[in-house]
Unconditional design. Structure first.
Length: 210
């Protein structure tokens, strides 16, 4: 399941004023990466940020994992206008529920520029997911994360410039990868490495097969 950040900050440009908005380069990376992934792997899409509800309730499951999802994903992401806050924790939770994570193995790939702005506790969620759904893996791709965007309030590093430890908890506690990316090429590689990887979750190795 691809969880895509379409909050307002995805419309921001780089510090040097020359980079395209994050959403533009993220779309380009998806166009490059997905055609080599979806023939071999079913993918679903959940987006968060823009929507008609209050700012922290806009989590939208577009579709469950399906074969050959490149077209539907690109169509949905191309139509997004970044807006709203960032209910990142709720989005990952909803994706896990959609995958029936307590009973089935699955993987979530979260693409985000960072902040949880809706009071969620991602590290607690990660611990809960690992305890109740050991076949679920959460990968986190940070795209042009700036400052303390990953320093959520449930972290001992909250308020510090380097919040990478906090970002990693979503991945580390479920056996996933955390990848920091800056360029479109970085993001393409991260998508290929995470969306194309085996469904390894937090379960012991002898429970991951069969």
């Amino acid at each position: 399941m691809l969880v895509f950040d379409a909050s307002g900050s995805m419309a921001e440009m780089g510090y040097n004023g020359l980079d395209a908005p994050r959403i533009v380069d993220a779309r380009a990376a998806l166009r490059d990466a997905l055609p080599g992934i979806t023939p071999h792997r079913r993918l679903g899409l959940l987006v968060y940020g823009p929507g008609p509800r209050d700012a922290c309730s806009n989590v939208d499951l577009r579709f469950l994992p399906r074969p050959d999802a490149t077209g539907p994903i690109l169509t949905a992401v191309d139509a997004l206008s970044p807006d709203g806050d960032t209910p990142l924790t709720q989005a990952v939770h909803d994706a896990a529920v959609a995958l029936d994570y307590r009973h089935r193995s699955g993987a979530i790939v979260l693409v985000t520029d960072g902040k949880e702005t809706c009071g969620g506790a991602p590290c607690q969620l990660a611990a809960d997911l690992a305890a109740t759904g050991p076949g679920l893996t959460v990968h986190v791709i940070g795209f042009r994360v700036r400052g303390s965007f990953f320093a959520w309030k449930d972290s001992p590093t909250a308020g510090m410039d380097d919040g990478r430890t906090v970002a990693r908890c979503l991945a580390d506690r479920t056996g996933g990868q955390y990848v920091s990316t800056e360029t479109t090429e970085d993001l393409v590689k991260a998508l290929q490495d995470t969306l194309g990887c085996p469904l390894f979750g937090a379960a012991p190795w002898w429970r991951r097969f069969g």
